[in-house]
Write a new protein. Structure first.
Length: 147
């Protein structure tokens, strides 16, 4: 059974469920801009519609909200008291879908990086930027052009 939520709150929730253009996502894009612009957003033709995709490099970045995607952290463990079965089921479905998306990407030869909302904190930008750069730029190119 669906919880009773006012319309405005519901549409805010649905935006959050879709996870589009959230503050954590914007923070990641801002960091990526500095060293790897040219990404595409929410490409429908890439499994899971990654928040950020480098199509040529076959690299996808997902920015996951800890609650919605069931992260193993304090924020992810936060369980609403009301309608807890509803949320548990919803989050379990999100997790299952995430796993399917990662598998589908791997099948197509894509690499994927998941950045959790809780990893984006004031003061942690440098570490996150290094991680993003390593993922996007320093990945071993399969059979580089020297071949
Ligand atoms: Zn988390």
């Amino acid at each position: 059974m669906k919880p009773d939520v006012p319309d405005a709150a519901r549409s805010a929730i649905m935006r959050a469920v879709r996870g589009e253009d959230t503050a954590p996502e914007r923070a990641v894009r801002r960091l990526l801009c500095a060293f790897a612009p040219g990404y595409r957003l929410h490409r429908k033709d890439v499994p899971g519609r990654p928040d950020v995709a480098y199509v040529g490099r076959k690299a996808a970045i997902f920015v996951h909200g800890c609650f919605w995607h069931g992260h193993d952290c304090a924020r992810g463990a936060r369980a609403p008291k009301a309608n807890s079965d509803y949320w548990r089921e919803k989050i379990a479905k999100n997790r299952a879908r995430d796993a399917r998306n990662l598998a589908a990407l791997a099948d197509l030869g894509w690499r994927a990086l998941v950045v959790w909302e809780c990893e984006i904190r004031r003061g942690s930008e440098d570490a996150l930027a290094r991680r993003l750069r390593a993922f996007v730029c320093d990945a071993p190119q399969k059979r580089a052009s020297k071949e």
